[in-house]
Write a protein that binds this ligand. Structure first.
Ligand SMILES: Nc1nc2c(c(=O)[nH]1)N[C@H]1C(S)=C(S)[C@@H](COP(=O)(O)OP(=O)(O)OC[C@H]3O[C@@H](n4cnc5c(=O)[nH]c(N)nc54)[C@H](O)[C@@H]3O)O[C@H]1N2
Ligand SMILES: Nc1nc2c(c(=O)[nH]1)N[C@H]1C(S)=C(S)[C@@H](COP(=O)(O)OP(=O)(O)OC[C@H]3O[C@@H](n4cnc5c(=O)[nH]c(N)nc54)[C@H](O)[C@@H]3O)O[C@H]1N2
Ligand code: SF4
Ligand SMILES: [Mo]
Length: 749
């Protein structure tokens, strides 16, 4: 998930639109594409009540921002596979046999069964998984209802993508900063690789910044598209980002390249940090990262002296054994170089004063301390749970005006692995009801065999979806979801910035597809808590949130592309930082109080054995697909029909692998099938596995491997035992997993 692009809202608002010629009978709507999570501003062309075309915005600032997934959206959503009516399971769970029912019949039964489970096992026996950006219109209402019922067990894809970074960033300076890419002098990409068809707005910003003279440093084991055009490329070992940052700090501190005044006045723990960093001399860092000491030093110097510099948030460090340290180290680099909250640096936005944020909608304060303390995983991996974030309530109120400030919805989450264990009957208490909204849960975390067992062990599984995903195939009820073409949307920048952007509804949803807002509203009624979601319509809900602007949603959406509070740089000079000390905590008091190492460190991979002699990572996003989705769209599938692993020519030679041959990849968790692609830009002994493959054209049901998810999904190879979990957050290491490859292994029919 991504932040909003670093743009100048005044410039956007003042720009003269360049409208295009329309065919007769075609009208346009202003929308935000949600076919991925970056939300490009687009225009939809509507004819006879149907969207016939999606194209980029008329606003010149956004004109280059669109990719093939956005363009193909109308076809994707009109596909015959689209779920159009509520479905109730009739056969065994996972048999793929359904009966069509009405929304009210489905919701009444779901409400009754949920109430029964809560009465029998306690509210904590209800777990929910969503990725808010997919559902678009959840807006914290799910959390709100759960908080009123009394369940803390909400998990999300954001535990592996930005939500956890937000929670960890708070440890250092109290808010998740937004990189001002357009005005910066130097951009550092830790793996992160926006492309022409992946997070296009960020890709375009980086290119614009480079054209204006900004330097680019890329750290990537593979020579990626961005590495190709970088000033410095460091081909570090997968998963060694924290070690690399420790090396950079060593250079920056030893050579006095940091902002001494800022440190003296605004930071605590510098001496302790320095001592820790001294344990990582460049020779050691070179050995840990596989990069040359002089190249490491050169990159660190460029970052520290070219400034203002930015380290835009990167998903790469959200999915590692050393995630907490790596994220903290990036925060520390930003802070000690003096790049916090300045133009061209990393801005701490806070809330917009005029609009009710999702943090308020969620109403975390109504969940009792006793129930908060039952949050799964908070005993072992507390960082993003209530227990880990409680220390920020008072500082949050002091600086940002509210106790529970949630960013990217990542600050009060249960731990996914612990939740799946409880669902599978291996926890300290049972979880018996599981709801997945806009989240392909089965395939979107580690240890897929465990997640499968967990879902099969439930008394009630409810999925709100557009398509019959492998997760939906395991449900008792599948409720049909609307799409971004079919609803209005007030996009809040994931609670990370004070920028809001409106999206107009373009067409009616097909069949009985409904919004997530409507899902929660109907559920609130069905469980006897109608007052928790008192709004009749999504628009009425938006109108309420916008009340202080004096506008209703319709007017707001007509008038604005972006709505933004003017930046308030160095706010900390008035309020301090939103940490317990009010300072930048180089040594984290919060981690210390949780009994964790308050200083960043690097925990090495265990050495590779003979059984699994290769390292793999999951990732490198495919242009055609968003995560586990989109594979049903013929135009996309023709371009990328099968899952490919990438290996170097050297590794291919060593294992006698041939281009296009089918192989199996296996390890202690599972086995999957992939086709071989030999790529010059891969390093030796590292294998890349694509994320999220299944085949919607294969029949559903467990008897068919859940449309072949069990045959192709990367999550079948991702471990979640202690060795592979980050200590502080308990998120899985997806960037360095031992495996082996076997040749000539056609997938079984
Ligand atoms: N093993 C493994 N796990 C991962 C990753 C990985 O690389 N490997 N990547 C991680 C990352 S970076 C992320 S962002 C997460 C993403 O994890 P998810 O958020 O689960 O992402 P998707 O796979 O896109 O699944 C989203 C589902 O929402 C449905 N959907 C789309 N729009 C709507 C809507 O408007 N309403 C509703 N109700 N449903 C909708 C889609 O059909 C799709 O099935 O996964 C993380 N998990
Ligand atoms: N077309 C398309 N675009 C997408 C998505 C999609 O599914 N499809 N998903 C969106 C989402 S939710 C996300 S999170 C982003 C993710 O997008 P990115 O952040 O760009 O992630 P990836 O493409 O998985 O990998 C980026 C680079 O990281 C390198 N890498 C692998 N392991 C490591 C490591 O341990 N350290 C470092 N430093 N580098 C490493 C890889 O070689 C690769 O070149 O993409 C977004 N954009
Ligand atoms: S990058 Fe593509 S899929 Fe993502 S929001 Fe933009 S147009 Fe849509
Ligand atoms: Mo992501």
């Amino acid at each position: 998930m991504a932040g909003p692009p670093s743009i100048d809202p005044a410039e956007v608002q003042a720009a003269t639109p360049i409208p295009r010629k329309l065919r007769k009978g075609v009208v346009t709507r202003k929308a935000l594409c949600a076919s991925c999570d970056i939300a490009c501003s687009v225009v939809t062309e509507v004819q006879q009540g149907r969207v016939v075309r999606v194209r980029s915005s008329d606003n010149p600032i956004f004109r280059d921002n669109i990719c093939m997934k956005g363009i193909v959206a109308p076809k994707g959503f009109a596909h015959p596979d689209r779920i159009r009516h509520p479905l109730k399971r009739v056969g065994e769970r996972g048999s793929g046999e359904w009966q069509q029912v009405s929304w009210s019949e489905a919701m009444q039964d779901i409400g009754q069964r949920l109430n029964h489970i809560v009465a029998e096992h306690g509210p904590e026996a209800w777990a929910v998984s969503t990725s808010q950006w997919n559902t678009g219109t959840d807006h914290g209402l799910g959390r709100r209802l759960m908080n009123h019922v009394g369940s803390p067990n909400w998990i999300s894809g954001v535990a592996l993508c930005a939500g956890n970074t937000a929670a960890v960033n708070r440890m250092t300076y109290g808010w998740f900063p937004m990189a001002d890419i357009l005005q910066t002098r130097c951009i550092v990409l830790f793996g992160h690789n926006p492309k022409r068809h992946s997070w296009v707005p960020v890709y375009n910003q980086i290119r614009r910044a480079q054209a204006g003279g900004a330097k680019l440093i890329v750290l990537d084991p593979r020579k990626s598209e961005n590495a190709e055009v970088a000033d410095i490329w460091l081909p570090l070992k997968a998963g060694s980002d924290a070690a690399m940052c420790l090396g950079w700090l060593k250079v920056i501190i030893d050579e006095g390249l940091y902002d001494k005044d800022f440190i003296a006045q605004w930071a605590v723990g510098f001496e302790d940090l320095k001592k820790r960093v001294d344990e990582y001399p460049l020779e050691r860092v070179a050995q840990l990262t596989g990069c040359e000491p002089e190249a490491i030093a050169e990159a660190a110097r460029l970052y520290a002296t070219a400034g203002p510099s930015v380290i835009p948030w990167t998903p790469m460090t959200d999915m590692q054994r050393n995630s907490t340290s790596a994220i903290r180290l990036q925060s520390i680099l930003r802070a000690i170089c003096g790049y916090l909250d300045i133009p061209g640096g990393e801005q701490l936005h806070g809330f917009h004063p005029d609009i009710v944020p999702e943090s308020d909608i969620e109403m975390h304060h109504v969940l009792s301390r006793e129930q908060q303390d039952k949050q799964l995983g908070s005993d072992t991996h507390p960082v993003f749970t209530y227990r880990g974030q409680r220390a920020f309530l008072e500082p949050g109120e002091r600086v940002w005006g509210r106790q529970y400030n949630n960013q990217v919805t990542g600050c009060f989450m249960a731990n996914p692995s612990a939740t799946f264990r409880a669902m599978a009957g291996e926890g300290s208490y049972p979880v018996k009801a599981f709801f997945a909204l806009g989240n392909n849960t089965l395939m979107s975390f580690a240890n897929m065999p465990l997640i499968l067992k967990a879902i099969l062990n439930q008394d009630l599984v409810v999925v709100h979806e557009q398509f019959m995903t492998p997760t939906a195939q395991l449900a008792d009820y599948v409720l049909p979801a609307d799409s971004w073409l079919e609803r209005p949307w007030l996009m809040d920048g994931y609670g990370w910035t004070s920028m809001y952007r409106p999206s107009q509804k373009s067409m009616d949803p097909p069949g009985e597809c409904k919004s997530t807002f409507e899902f929660w509203r109907q559920l609130a009624h069905a469980i006897g808590k109608p007052d928790v979601v008192p709004w009749e319509t999504l628009e009425a809900f938006y109108d309420d949130r916008l009340a202080a602007t004096g506008m209703k949603f319709e007017e707001f959406a007509e008038k604005y592309e972006v709505y933004f509070a003017p930046p308030h740089f160095k706010k900390y000079e008035e309020t301090g930082f939103a940490t317990p000390s009010g300072k930048v905590e180089l040594k984290s008091s919060v981690l210390q109080d949780l009994g964790l190492d308050p200083l960043p460190y690097f925990r090495e991979d265990p050495p590779l054995g003979t059984e699994f002699p290769l390292m793999m990572f999951t990732g490198v996003r495919e242009d055609e697909y968003f995560q586990t989705g989109h594979r049903h769209i013929p135009e996309m599938r023709q371009r990328a029909p099968e899952p490919y692993l990438f290996v170097s020519p050297g590794t291919a030679g060593e294992y006698a692998l041939e281009e296009e041959e089918w192989v199996t990849v296996e390890n202690q968790v599972g086995l999957i099938h992939m086709k071989v692609a030999i790529r010059d830009n891969m390093p030796d002994n590292l294998v890349r596995i694509p994320h999220g493959w299944w085949k919607p054209e294969v029949n559903p049901g467990l008897q068919n491997g859940l449309s072949d998810a069990l045959k192709y999904a990367d999550a079948m190879l991702c471990p979640d035992d202690a060795d592979f979990l980050d200590r502080e957050q308990g998120i899985p290491h997806l960037k360095g997993i031992p495996c082996r490859i076997r040749k000539n292994m056609e997938p079984p029919a």
